[in-house]
Ligand binder design. Structure first.
Ligand SMILES: NC(=O)c1ccc[n+]([C@@H]2O[C@H](COP(=O)([O-])OP(=O)(O)OC[C@H]3O[C@@H](n4cnc5c(N)ncnc54)[C@H](O)[C@@H]3O)[C@@H](O)[C@H]2O)c1
Length: 336
């Protein structure tokens, strides 16, 4: 029997509760309990899904039928909660950003290693079915060598007050770029950020990551009315180009296009070879459900999650480096 507690039932925590509750109905999980210091919120959700609720996380620590928790509280609270639960012998899935401080992130990884508790981080895009398909095609060499990656995560909305776009959105990209390039870190990060509404909380960022043979660019903004939300990823290889619209988890677009080089009379000439494009259909799977299933599998098997604590820690380090780069106006080197 596996029991899981969800701590924090706000905007994103509600999705954890709904998904775990579906996994209970599908016979994949035995028990889920909600915990929120906002009793009204916890009670409403508990009634909607017919599950128990608590208002103090200590009661979850004391419950021997709770094996693990999803921590979906504001990011500055992640460190303390994750530490308490791992030290109490519970496995932890903590939302991204894992922490907002690299020393705290390192400490959580250390506690996980010392206690043997699972530490997973909500880097949900590693669980996105189109990303898994793309990663497979990169691994088998279908795209050739990667030359360029570009990602946009744009919307128009009220900015968060607790963190800017680098920690809220860019954390996804810095991790995704390393995942696709099969690296722990890029060689360096260069970023430019803009705060126009609040001091020290950027609502726009351009982040570029140098991987040597390839460069990856991320454009993040809450100030870009790009006909609703825009969340895409383009990977340019020497043989093919791939595009994912994150809002469409059921497809991966492939462009059979490349720059051909021909030597003629001692000179190199370039030309475009375009053999058209096609869409690869992908069976529907909700990324959050895939992520939570991976967590439950790891609680039972003690395997390493797809988005483990080290991955979350490196993402925090890269987000910190991006903010440092924007502040100092220079590239920040990182070592693999
Ligand atoms: N993976 C993703 O794509 C994704 C998307 C959105 C948010 N997030 C992350 O999820 C986390 C929560 O974000 P949100 O937008 O849902 O925040 P939110 O403010 O809407 O909700 C946070 C909830 O946590 C509760 N809470 C705070 N401290 C608590 C404690 N000690 N014990 C119990 N409950 C407590 C609050 O009462 C609130 O209901 C953040 O870390 C955010 O970065 C991840």
């Amino acid at each position: 029997m596996t029991g899981i507690g969800v701590i924090g039932t706000g905007y994103w925590g509600k999705n954890h509760v709904r998904t775990y509750s579906e996994l209970v109905s599908d016979g994949f999980l035995e028990r889920v309990v909600i915990c929120d210091i906002n009793e009204k919120r916890a009670k409403e959700l508990s009634q909607a899904f017919n599950i128990d609720y608590l208002t103090d996380h200590q009661a979850l620590i004391d419950d021997s039928d709770i094996d693990a928790v999803s921590i979906v509280t504001p990011s500055p609270t992640h460190y303390q909660l994750a530490k308490e639960f791992m030290n109490a012998g519970k496995d932890v899935l903590v939302e991204k950003p894992m922490t907002m401080d690299i020393d705290e992130a390192k400490e959580l990884v250390r506690i996980s290693e010392e206690t043997g508790q699972i530490l997973m981080v909500g880097h949900i895009f590693r669980h996105h079915p189109a990303v898994k398909e793309l990663k497979h095609r990169i691994n088998i060499g279908e795209l050739g060598s990667i030359r360029l990656i570009s990602s946009n995560r744009l919307s128009f909305g009220a900015p968060r007050k607790d963190m800017g776009v680098v920690y809220a959105l860019g954390i996804h990209e810095v991790d995704m770029f390393c995942y696709l390039m099969d690296k722990d870190y890029p060689e360096s990060i260069l970023a430019d950020t803009r705060c126009t509404l609040q001091q020290d909380i950027e609502e726009t960022a351009m982040i570029s990551m140098d991987f040597g043979a390839a460069t990856a660019y991320a454009f993040e903004s809450w100030l870009m009315p790009a006909s609703g939300k825009q969340r895409d990823l383009i990977v340019v290889g020497s043989e093919k180009v791939a595009k994912i619209d994150y809002l469409k988890p059921q497809e991966l677009q492939m462009f059979d296009i490349r720059i051909a080089e021909k030597d003629f009379d001692g000179k190199t000439n370039f030309s475009v070879e375009n053999e058209g494009s096609y869409t690869i259909p992908i069976p529907y799977a909700e990324p959050l459900r895939e992520e939570l299933k991976n967590f439950i599998d790891c609680i039972r098997s003690r395997d390493n999650p797809l988005s483990n604590g080290l991955i979350g820690m490196r993402a925090v380090e890269m987000a910190e480096s991006a903010l440092e780069s924007a502040k100092k106006g220079c590239k920040i080197p990182l070592s693999n």
